[in-house]
Design a protein around this ligand. Structure first.
Ligand code: SAH
Length: 238
């Protein structure tokens, strides 16, 4: 197995010769978990400045990195927004991590009629997103929007790009077919208990919303989100 150079997301601007002080969590990991030493090479990245090779300086109180040279220029990383009813912790964390790996540009957690979760640990979700971006070689960390009620969010949302709303047990086209017809768009997935009748009506009437099927089986909400984003990721990389 080849050992990959550790990639670390940097909030600070990256440029040749810059000295970047690493965050406490990153510093702890490098020092105590990965047992890195001064002089070891890491990569620092963000979507403004791209990815840079840097050398660690491990001191008693702080871990910093001296930026040496750019190894990857910045570039746009377009992707869908995943709008989803917030789920219980372990399922939510799974969706968030996989959404990042599958190229979601943003996450929009929602409260729906049948939601059982109406709070979000923003800090925890943020660190899962950052770690997933570090692991999967993205330059950007997906944007995490504030939890919002489905109706409000839908009313404020422009009609383009299309919003693919996943509805089980309905005679809608498959997501792949709908993407061929309408082009790239965002994905909406309901809560464990599904959308209410009222919400289904709201979705079917709303301009810019395309209802889609994810196949004949009833998927758990997290499976639906991951499968839908998987289909979108494959189409976008064609
Ligand atoms: N409890 C509901 C199912 C909800 S599934 C019931 O048994 O009737 C949770 C969410 O996953 C749904 O709101 C929907 O957005 C999505 N989903 C699950 N299976 C799907 C399918 N086959 N096609 C489209 N969306 C699906």
């Amino acid at each position: 197995m080849s050992t990959r150079t550790r990639r670390l997301f940097s909030v600070a601007d990256l440029a040749q010769g810059a000295r970047i002080e690493l965050e406490t969590g990153q510093a702890h990991q490098l020092r105590h978990v990965l047992r890195q030493r001064s002089g070891d090479v890491v990569h620092l990245f963000n979507n403004r400045n791209g990815e840079w090779r840097a050398r660690l300086e491990i001191e008693r109180r702080a871990v910093s990195a001296m930026v040496v040279e750019q190894v990857r220029p910045p570039g746009a990383e377009p992707g869908p927004t995943l709008a989803f009813a917030a789920l219980k912790r372990s399922r939510l964390e799974l969706v968030v991590e996989k959404a990042c790996e599958l190229g979601a540009a943003a996450l929009q957690p929602l409260v729906t009629e049948r939601s059982v979760v109406d709070r979000l640990n923003v800090e925890r979700v943020g660190s899962i997103l950052r770690e997933a971006a570090e692991q999967c070689e993205r330059l950007s960390v997906p944007t995490l929007h504030q939890l919002a009620p489905l109706g409000d969010w839908l009313r404020a949302r422009p009609e383009t790009p299309p919003l693919y709303a996943a509805l089980e047990r309905c005679a809608a086209p498959g997501l792949d077919e709908a993407l061929r017809t309408h082009g790239a768009g965002d994905l909406l997935v309901g809560p464990e208990g599904g959308f209410s009748v009222k919400e289904c009506a709201l979705l079917t009437d709303r301009p810019g919303v395309v209802t889609i099927s994810l196949g004949p089986r009833i998927l758990r909400a997290e499976t639906a989100a991951i499968a839908g984003l998987g289909v979108m990721a494959i189409r976008m990389s064609r």
